[in-house]
Ligand binder design. Structure first.
Ligand SMILES: *Cc1c(COP(=O)(O)O)cnc(C)c1O
Length: 489
């Protein structure tokens, strides 16, 4: 049964109004005819302020969010977003500047951008950072375009392959393919590292580069990262670092020191700017000096006491309107300055400690894919002894009934029935204990009453969704007849 929430259009009644506009304060003027509407404004709901507020507040409460509960979605680093960031981003000098304002009137904003570029470069061991890309995937796209530009610029035009370990995030091979490269998959060895023999067999004069997430999507630090980089570099390829998992190694490992040439940062993961519906993202990128000329622009520089923007000479071009998602720079900058160097290191130490706490409390019931100390996330398997009909999907859906957002499931794809859990450093021991109890209770139910799991969730506003139809035939605009047809099923 789906509960029915009347769309705001159905609350409408003619003549109702929820806005009180002030007097214009300027004389009315005639608008040129070509700027006037031809038709009346039709189809908008006529509705009071109370109804609008209740409608949107009610539907907002149907969303699960980090401000209401634990959100252990592996690979996504759903950590708490400190509210002081919102104060900083709303400072009038930041919030009300116009992207086309002259540089000398926005020196403060440019200074913040410049300092954030430098801080990120320092934390990661790179020489130049650009904050333009709006998401991790866009940062990857920038990086692989830079790799291509670099090789072609040297007249090296035979490199048409990008290597991706099979533990890679889906965006890695997708990026390489979008830029026009052939994707070559590399196997994982028995400890969860890149399989060096497979890498040696596949690397060569056609290799433009390798895309590696480290720690990888199995939640493991690749123990052979130096060797991987050496093999790729010796073949003339470049090392791309997917920095989405940077939350595990802040202040401990600098990716630029262990062989990476280029990396993206997810400010909306590691540096606590909101995710998805909470606001736009930022997939900043950093690189070694020899690639800096190809970076997207603009980049902020300091020249004779003035902050100025420039686009590198051989730039791959612009990826985003204006300067990128500036509000996100302010939030990430605030976060880093609040914590300082020691605070950042402590973030990672606690993120790793929390994930291992979950691992040792759950691995007797849910087998671990690779039995070794994990980093900031742990990959379990939804294979409960004595419950052959219960699958990872059932476990994930049942967690909703216990008030938890499900972890990432069926990813990484290299692990059968995978359940990827990332608690982050911002969950307390009490919350993690409640999560462990829920996972143990679910394992018990799986044996005693598997039907309970197959039917889950039972307490959420919607039950199991028909995800295939939702993806193939989505209803994206208000259509009363289509909704009625769905509800009558
Ligand atoms: C989240 C993630 C990405 C993509 O980042 P978006 O900002 O979602 O585009 C890439 N790689 C890994 C490992 C990730 O976890």
């Amino acid at each position: 049964m789906h509960t029915y929430e009347p769309p705001i259009f159905e609350l409408s009644s003619p003549g109702k109004i929820g806005a009180a506009l002030p007097d214009a304060g300027v004389p009315e003027t005639e608008l040129p005819a070509h700027l006037l509407r031809d038709d009346d404004l039709a189809g908008l709901p006529e509705i009071s302020e109370t109804e609008v507020v209740r409608h949107f507040t009610r539907i907002s409460q149907r969303n699960f969010c980090i401000d209401t509960g634990m959100y252990p979605l592996g690979s996504c680093t759903m950590k708490y977003n400190p509210k002081i960031h919102e104060d900083a981003a709303r400072l009038p000098g930041f919030a009300f500047i116009h992207p086309l304002q002259a540089e000398e009137t926005v020196q403060g904003a440019l200074q913040l951008t410049y300092e954030l570029q430098n801080i990120l470069a320092e934390i990661s061991g790179f020489d130049q950072v650009c904050l333009q890309p709006a998401a991790g995937a866009q940062g990857e796209f920038a990086g692989i375009l830079v790799f291509r530009a670099y090789h072609l610029d040297r007249g090296d035009d035979q490199r048409d392959e990008v290597l991706c370990p099979n533990s890679a995030h889906g965006t890695n091979p997708a990026t390489a393919a979008m830029v026009g490269f052939k994707v070559v998959e590399i196997a994982t060895d028995s400890r969860g590292n890149v399989d060096l023999a497979d890498l040696r067999a596949k690397v060569g004069p056609r290799t433009a580069g390798l895309m590696l997430t480290n720690p990888n999507t199995l939640g493991l630090f690749d123990e052979n990262v130096h060797e991987v980089a050496k093999i790729v570099h010796e073949a003339g390829g470049l090392m791309y670092g997917d920095g989405a998992n940077f939350n595990a190694i802040l202040g401990i490992v600098k990716p630029g020191d262990v062989g990476f040439d280029f990396m993206h940062y997810n400010l909306h993961k590691t540096f606590t700017t909101p995710h998805g519906g909470g606001g736009p993202g930022c997939g900043a990128v950093g690189c070694k000096e020899f690639l800096a000329d190809y970076l997207p622009g603009p980049i902020v520089a300091l020249k004779e006491g003035q902050y100025t923007r420039h686009t590198p000479v051989k730039s791959i071009g612009r990826l985003k309107a204006f300067k990128g998602n500036f509000g996100m720079f302010v939030r990430a900058y605030t976060y880093i300055r609040m914590l300082g160097a020691a605070g950042l290191r402590s973030v990672s130490e606690h993120a790793v400690l929390n994930a291992n706490y979950l691992r040792v409390n759950l691995d007797k019931i849910y087998p671990v894919a690779y039995d070794r100390t994990c980093m900031h996330e742990v990959v379990l398997q939804g294979k409960i002894k004595g419950a052959p009909s219960v699958h990872t999907l059932d476990i994930a859906k049942r967690l909703i009934d216990f008030g938890f957002h499900p972890p990432t499931v069926y990813f990484p794809i290299s692990v059968a029935e995978s359940i990827m859990i990332e608690p982050t450093e911002t969950e307390s021991k009490r919350n993690m204990d409640a999560f462990i109890d829920a996972m143990k209770q679910i394992a018990h139910e799986a044996v005693e009453n598997p039907e309970l799991l197959h039917a889950a969730p039972t307490t959420a506003p919607v039950r199991r969704l028909d995800e295939a139809t939702a993806a193939r035939r989505p209803i994206l605009k208000y259509d009363q007849a289509a909704i009625a047809a769905l509800l009558s099923k």
